[in-house]
Design a binder for this molecule. Structure first.
Ligand code: TXA
Ligand code: MG
Length: 328
């Protein structure tokens, strides 16, 4: 192990903030997943994120800030975006807004776009790091590009040991799926990625008229983010979604015990995301479960995945599983 892992105390946050100001890269906890952060204004620092992850540089990064006020130094907030920020920040919502003229966020973090993805995270360690560093922090999920997102410091270490400067360990990321991304650059908000804020809550915050416009656009989502790649979040094993039965040697990712009866007495690999059928619990365990099953199957074979409801965070879970199952 060559990358240090520091428990998230004051000293660790101070050291991590100093590394970021000096142009280094540090993984840190957010309430959704762990992020790999650098000062978004320093292209050389942001380049290290792309290099460590093996991420295509046409894929822009989310810029994390400490408050809506801080966000306004970088992005232009139309009334709709302001309303959403007021309701959901700090939290698991990323807003795509136009960049201000002369925006100091580097073109590398923005992937050359004149829009910005901004988020105020709710995790106290992320907020402390933002305050202590005084940097806008560009941070994608702290995993190898295309692999499963990390919800613990150990997951980060497994993917990026030796490739990054430090990991701040703040325990398990509570939500477990990435932020909901909403494009606020047009007349109506467009959902680009379902995530930690449930669509139902988001729609309730916007009122009925906007709901219809939003829903209409969701049905044929326009891919404005090059990052909405088909194959993503993928384990090495092949996923078989909406399984109603299980063959002998397959691993099983279950939801509320639907596939338990098909599993032999001593299954190779079985994980129930939520025995009681709670989509919030299922989201929080999803990525750890995929890593665990992958390990147990030796990085090969098949995982049968039970049908998962599309309500609440179930929408984000289904999105991630669909992309994890997409041909690579
Ligand atoms: O919860 C999260 O969102 C986590 C934590 C660390 O904050 N971050 C995360 O980042 O999931 P990442 O890089 O894995 O996903 C960011 C997504 C990408 O799909 C990217 O294309 C999109 O955000 N994005 C960023 N800036 C954008 C922009 N200006 N326009 C459209 N999409 C953008
Ligand atoms: Mg990611």
């Amino acid at each position: 192990m060559t990358t240090p892992v520091w428990p998230a105390d004051e000293a660790a946050i101070a050291r991590a903030a100093a590394i970021m100001r000096a142009g280094g890269v540090v993984a840190f906890p957010t309430e959704t997943v762990y992020g790999l952060g650098a000062d978004a204004r320093q292209d050389a620092a942001v380049a290290k994120i792309f290099a460590a992850k093996g991420r295509p540089s046409f894929n822009p990064l989310i810029v994390h800030v400490a408050s809506l006020e801080a966000a306004c130094a970088y992005g232009i907030f139309p009334p709709m975006a302001e309303r959403l920020a007021a309701r959901f920040w700090p939290g698991a919502l990323t807003l795509i807004v136009p960049a201000v003229a002369g925006c100091p966020i580097g073109l590398l973090a923005r992937a050359g776009l004149f829009t910005l993805g901004l988020r105020v995270p709710a995790h106290p360690v992320a907020l402390a790091l933002l305050r202590e560093s005084a940097c806008p922090i560009a941070a994608p999920s702290a995993n190898i590009s295309g692999h499963i997102s990390p919800t613990t410091a150990a997951h980060v270490l497994a993917d990026l040991d030796g490739a990054i400067d430090a990991i701040v360990d703040g325990g398990v990321a509570a939500i477990g799926v990435e932020s909901t991304i909403v494009d606020c650059t047009g007349d109506a908000p467009v959902l680009l990625r379902p995530g930690g804020v449930a669509l139902e809550d988001f729609v309730a915050a916007l009122g009925h008229d906007t709901i219809m416009a939003t829903e209409a656009k969701i049905k044929s989502p326009k891919i404005t983010a090059p990052g909405q790649l088909a194959s993503h979040y993928a384990p090495k094993a092949k996923l078989l979604l909406n399984a109603h039965t299980v063959a002998g040697s397959q691993g099983v990712l279950d939801f509320a015990g639907q596939l338990r009866n098909f599993v032999p007495a001593h299954p190779i690999a079985y994980f129930d995301l939520t025995p009681h059928g709670d989509v919030v619990e299922a989201a929080s365990r999803l990525f750890a479960a995929l890593r665990l099953l992958d390990d147990q199957l030796g990085g090969a074979g098949h995982i049968a995945v039970a049908p998962i409801p599309t309500t609440g965070l179930g929408l984000a879970i289904n999105d991630r599983l669909t992309r994890a199952a997409a041909p690579k």
